[in-house]
Design a protein around this ligand. Structure first.
Ligand code: NAD
Ligand code: UGA
Length: 338
């Protein structure tokens, strides 16, 4: 499987800004945009010279003529010069993760997800950028009865993180509805994105790492939680289309159509690696919901988007990337199927 969306047939913005470009989704997005011919300015506060994860994420972009990287914090840097001539801003910078948002890091969540977003949106407006795509989250829906969430459902966030993501998307939409605002906004509610370079705190990464190394996996709850897993290439394709289609606006679910429980993810990891993960069950964590599931109707109608990659194939691609990373770090992963 390619590391960028090979089925990308949509036009791309001529010049784009990707915030959070040293992160998981941002680095894939920036790479796919450059591969498709866009000139991209990537911004991130993590410095690849000192931050190993940022450097690893940005490695694919290094030396590409269409890509320029800026290390800066959106809370206090001059944003307008970065947006000169931009046709679209993809605002992915933020502090992700449900569980740590209860702790003392909450102020960081507010700072990056709300205050920095306000600055980005103000700058986009002042610079007349026609489109801003903002990364929202399935977590804004909160608990469901197991059915699919529609964009018009009343959000009921159950974690501090989810509250900041709801504030973030609504803030951008509020700016865009002001008279004479030149920037139209699309807020994408991503559903648990996975694939190569996925954040190491996330479940799929941890399950595959446990299977490859023999280290135990901590399972929060009984494993019957379900997620609508979204493969990274599919998420990137939806994001690029959202930055390009003139009529797109408002909130759109980006859910991968691979509904699975954590136990099913463990089984796939076991079968891909040919070994049983050692599971240590712990209490469920505050703020986690039992089920996320996207109603994909609006994504299809507005963006013409449908996910292409199922969980088994997506996890195989993620496992192959992890095997390479583990070899580089001197570990000897055990694998049955590569
Ligand atoms: P990530 O942590 O890998 O990437 C986010 C990047 O934003 C990081 O590199 C970080 O340094 C940067 N950043 C944070 N605050 C910044 C600031 N003030 N100035 C400049 N850079 C800053 O996370 P990810 O998984 O790639 O998620 C990207 C976005 O998508 C986030 O906004 C997240 O909330 C959202 N999201 C992710 C998922 C998922 O499954 N990964 C699902 C729903 C929503
Ligand atoms: C993920 C991202 O981390 C969020 O940033 C994003 O906003 C959210 O998706 C989204 O879809 O909006 P989450 O669904 O919690 O959040 O994804 P994981 O972090 O992969 O966790 C999934 C489940 O696995 C949770 O129930 C969690 O408690 C559990 N888990 C996670 C474990 O049992 N063990 C672990 O080591 C990690």
């Amino acid at each position: 499987m390619s590391q960028h969306p090979s089925h990308l047939t949509t036009p791309v913005p001529r010049r784009a800004v990707v915030t959070g470009a040293a992160g998981f989704i941002g680095s894939h997005l920036a790479h796919a945009l450059v591969q498709a011919g866009a000139v991209v300015v990537g911004v991130d506060r993590r410095d690849p010279a000192t931050d190993h994860t940022a450097a690893a994420n940005l490695a694919v972009l290094q030396g590409l003529p269409g890509y320029m990287h800026v290390t800066a914090d959106l809370l206090d840097c001059a944003i307008e010069p970065l947006l000169v001539d931009a046709n679209a801003v993809f605002h992915l910078a933020g502090i992700p993760g449900v569980r740590p948002s209860w702790g003392p890091r909450f102020s960081e969540y507010v700072a990056s997800n709300v205050l920095a977003t306000h600055r980005v949106m103000e700058a986009a407006t002042r610079m007349g950028v026609p489109r801003l795509v903002v990364a929202s989250s399935s977590s804004v829906y909160g608990p469901t009865d197991g059915g699919a969430s529609v964009e018009t459902d009343r959000p009921q966030p159950t974690s501090p993180y989810a509250v900041t993501k709801l504030a973030e998307e609504q803030l951008c939409l509020a700016h865009s509805t002001q008279a004479h605002c030149p920037t139209s906004v699309v807020a994408l509610r991503y559903f648990t994105v996975y694939g190569p370079r996925q954040r190491p705190d996330m479940f799929t990464h941890r399950a595959l790492t446990a299977a490859l190394t023999g280290r135990p996996l901590r399972l929060y709850g009984d494993g019957h939680q379900r997620r609508d897993f979204t493969y990274i290439d599919d998420a990137v394709t939806a994001t690029i289309v959202a930055g390009t289609i003139p009529t797109a606006n408002g909130v759109i679910n980006v859910g991968g159509g691979s509904s699975a429980s954590l136990l099913e993810v463990i089984n796939i990891a076991n079968s891909l690696t040919g070994r049983e993960i050692q599971v240590h069950q712990e209490n469920p964590r505050s703020g986690d919901v039992l089920t996320t599931r996207a109603n994909p109707g609006r994504a299809h109608e507005v963006l013409g988007w449908r996910p292409q990659v199922d969980l088994h194939n997506g996890m195989r691609a993620q496992m192959q990337a992890l095997v390479g990373e583990l070899h580089t770090s001197g570990e000897k992963p055990r694998v049955a199927v590569v």
